[in-house]
Design a protein around this ligand. Structure first.
Ligand code: AMP
Length: 563
């Protein structure tokens, strides 16, 4: 049997394709959500799910939660005296889900589709795959979480091609994705998020209100009271999803301390968190160049979107009601179940492909002159920007900055900060240049990057023909794999200006320019200038759109009949 698994930060869930639709499979407690928590008892027994999560307040050093944040790293997770990787701990959760499904369905689970956040790097994806394999599953494929949401909401089957926005607020993370579907191809156009914002932060708001009213001594010396208060806040917050007011209660020194919190008070105190929901939404729209009006709908995912104050904030932000037809904390697993069904029937699957985007900007360090001619180093010049659709190749031209310099060194960074000091250095490459005056020698620096995380940096001095290359592979990629990816990348490196189809379109437009006069000639001139500008961006999508538009305009002009 093949299943779909949502391996979440807070909770995980498993689904299969049932009679005509996806269905969730309950765990041994009869629940659909299994907390992503693992605990090791003194006897060396592994507990997974609710039992593990409930042990956390008492045995924090023997219990792990939120390890999805560490997947793909070698950071040790201590359980008792033993050290594990996030991959291994995740495998324990997957194994438990597999066992629950086998018990419930009376059938062996052999393979799975597992969901991952859209922004997961290749390293994180590989680690997730390995976690599945460690759990004894054949991982048929990894599916982006927003894609799974689209499948759960049935958006993938619809005729319209308008993009939609997936608003995913979980226990500890907030993710926004803009997704587009055309010709059965699901494409994540942009993703943005805040990995320090989720239901837990809203619990802190409730704890803050209660602490002040009840004078709770929540200092660092009181871990038990802290944990009690957090659990009470979680109950209060859930109750506020159903009612206008709820009671916060804790027992401290044999005394019951309680206070009633209204929805209005909660909303007022949570205003700073609600404000923080805006920025990732704006960033995703800005990166994809799509406005709120262009979204066919706003889809809610993640347990914390059940909070009425969050729904209200979303409604206000988009000036319309979001779609919450599917249970928000089941949506991803149900979508994975749909994908598992497709996979099992070997139907339609090839029509659903995913295009990935570059999760962060990649670029080099440069120097810039200020108004007084002073030179300042340490600036970051992005070459491949965040959310560029992969695979991608872009080239930028740089000039020497010092007179008589003999070398140009490119230091390569990943990140979004204006200064390289705020970004992560990946490597460097140096190339000799003929000694001349400052700014007289040009050097081209090309970045080529694909979904597997292989970055090729090629530098060329056009004047001398000198070239250098550095290849930066994601940790863990073996030599054979890297070689295969490199030959695939080699095909990408022609600048769009030099590609035959684009040259043919320019030639046609130039021919038309010569053939027409007046306004029509001026309009063709503008089209040509526009096309050259778009080619300079090296963005395949923008080029395809401009090509379609210009071809249509030229067809119309040339199609006018006078005879
Ligand atoms: P997820 O990471 O998607 O599993 O979301 C888990 C988060 O959803 C936790 O912070 C829960 O507190 C929150 N959550 C689940 N159900 C509710 C509810 N009825 N009202 C408010 N928050 C909820």
């Amino acid at each position: 049997m093949i299943v779909g698994i949502d391996l979440g930060t807070t909770n995980s869930a498993i689904a299969r394709w049932g009679d005509g639709g996806p269905e969730l499979i309950p765990n041994s407690l009869g629940e659909f959500l299994t907390p992503s928590a693992v605990s090791l008892t003194d006897d060396g027994e592994v507990l997974v799910g609710r039992a593990a999560r409930d042990r956390q307040p008492v045995y924090p050093e023997r219990t792990a939660t939120a390890f999805k944040r560490l997947i793909g790293t070698q950071k040790p997770i201590q359980l008792g005296g033993t050290s594990f990787t996030a991959e291994e701990v995740s495998a324990l959760v997957l194994k438990s889900l597999k066992a629950d499904a086998e018990r419930h369905c009376g059938e062996e689970v052999t393979s799975a589709v597992i969901t991952v956040p859209a922004y997961f790097s290749d390293r994180q994806r590989k680690a997730t795959r390995r976690a599945g394999e460690l759990a004894g599953l054949k991982v048929e494929r990894l599916v982006n979480e927003p894609t799974a949401a689209a499948l759960a909401y049935g958006i993938a089957d619809r005729e319209d091609r308008d993009p939609f926005l997936v608003f995913d607020l979980g226990g500890g993370t907030f993710d926004v994705s803009i997704v587009e579907i055309f010709d059965g191809v699901i494409e994540v156009r942009a993703s943005a998020g805040d990995n320090r914002l989720g239901g837990e932060d809203f619990n802190e708001v409730i704890v803050g209100i209660a602490r002040e009213r009840l004078r709770l001594p929540l200092g660092p010396g009181q871990p038990k009271l802290r944990e009690q208060a957090r659990a009470a806040a979680e109950r209060t917050r859930r109750a506020l999803s159903e009612a206008e007011a709820a009671t916060f209660e804790v027992v401290w020194k044999d005394e019951l301390l309680s206070t009633t919190i209204t929805a209005e008070q909660f909303e007022a105190a949570a205003a700073p968190l609600l404000d923080r929901l805006r920025e990732p939404v704006l960033r995703a729209m800005r990166d994809s160049k799509l406005h709120a009006d262009a979204m066919s709908e706003i889809v809610l995912v993640g347990g914390a979107t059940r909070m009425p104050i969050v729904r209200k904030a979303v409604t206000r932000m988009f000036a319309r009601f979001p779609n919450a037809n599917v249970h928000p904390d089941h949506a991803i697993a149900l979508g994975a179940g749909v994908q598992a069904g497709l996979r099992a029937r070997k139907a339609d699957l090839d029509e659903i492909r995913l295009t990935d985007v570059c999760p962060f900007s990649l670029g080099v360090e440069t120097m810039a002159r200020d108004a007084n001619g002073g030179l300042h180093g340490g600036r970051f010049a992005p070459i491949l920007e965040r959310n560029t659709v992969l695979p991608a190749s872009r080239v930028h031209r740089f000039q020497t900055v010092h007179a008589q310099q003999c070398f140009v060194k490119f230091c390569i960074y990943q990140g979004e900060a204006r200064m390289v000091a705020g970004n992560i250095k990946l490597g460097d490459v140096e190339i000799p240049v003929p000694p001349r005056g400052a700014g007289e020698v040009e050097v081209d620096c090309r970045f080529t990057y694909d979904v597997s995380g292989l970055l090729e940096v090629d530098v060329v001095v056009p004047e001398t023909g000198e070239t250098r290359q550095i290849v930066i592979a994601d940790e863990g990629m073996d030599a054979g794999e890297a070689e295969a990816r490199r030959s695939a990348l080699a095909a990408l490196k022609i600048h769009p200006r030099d590609q035959a189809v684009n040259q043919a379109l320019i030639a046609r437009a130039e021919r038309c320019y010569e053939a027409f006069l007046g306004d029509q000639r001026a309009a063709i001139g503008q089209l040509l200038a526009h096309f050259e500008g778009v080619l300079a961006t090296q963005d395949p999508r923008a080029i395809a759109e401009a090509t379609a538009m210009i071809t249509a305009r030229l067809d119309a002009l040339e199609g006018e009949r006078y005879l």
